[in-house]
Ligand binder design. Sequence first.
Ligand SMILES: *[C@@H]1O[C@H](CO)[C@@H](O)[C@H](O)[C@H]1NC(C)=O
Ligand SMILES: *[C@@H]1O[C@H](CO)[C@@H](O)[C@H](O)[C@H]1NC(C)=O
Ligand SMILES: *[C@@H]1O[C@H](CO)[C@@H](O)[C@H](O)[C@H]1NC(C)=O
Length: 214
Amino acid sequence: MLRLLLAFVLVGMAMGEGCCPPIAWEGFIGTMVGSVEDAVPHLTMSFLKYHTNITLGMIEMEGNIIIDRGQTQQIRIIIDNNKMTQYFIMNGKCARRTLARKVLNCVPENATLVLNTYLGAGPETLTVKVYRFLVEDIEVYSTVTSSGCIPVEHVLTGIHPDTKVALLEVAQVSGVTVGVKNPSVFDIPSICQSANISSDYAHFMSQWISSGLY
Ligand SMILES: *[C@@H]1O[C@H](CO)[C@@H](O)[C@H](O)[C@H]1NC(C)=O
Ligand SMILES: *[C@@H]1O[C@H](CO)[C@@H](O)[C@H](O)[C@H]1NC(C)=O
Ligand SMILES: *[C@@H]1O[C@H](CO)[C@@H](O)[C@H](O)[C@H]1NC(C)=O
């Protein structure tokens, strides 16, 4: 439905110029990921506090995750974009993996500007831009504020390039403030220093291609 609508709107739209959010920001990100792995469907929901500093190349997320309608669990994810390493901290354990590609900080230059629109109505509106672009076999629709390029929503569909897992992900961003009040959120905990590059949480790591899409 959304795809049809956007495909329709796409007609006549020029290539966008992309855009970048502020160098550092924090806020909340709520995600819902539906995936199919070995013919088994999975649903992963999370609500995370999100921090990023592009100059440092760091992203940190911390909060609640619910996998396949199970118990709510605490999770922390740290991405070091310079070292191309992602850390998952859960149940007092840390798993580490090498990223196959750097996390995007910006809407890329070759994104197509699909739609200029606004959220809300009357005087209480937020003007947004909707961009479409590809990350290998994943198609991404990103909604960002027209002023400042602050992420509002990402919708991703496709096949994860590394794991070949089919996925649909919706991520919503709210409560954004510019800057990071407590830069120590980016410190890698000592339990991660010795962590093996692990296949623990493989199911779940495989989904997080977008966990750090700016
Ligand atoms: C944009 O560039 C990226 C990386 O070079 C490429 O993978 C992608 O297919 C290109 N096109 C779109 C529409 O994103
Ligand atoms: C981002 O990191 C750079 C490099 O450490 C630092 O100079 C800058 O103050 C940081 N910005 C914010 C808003 O934390
Ligand atoms: C890392 O892997 C080695 C060998 O498989 C194992 O002996 C060690 O306990 C692991 N370390 C951690 C921190 O999990």
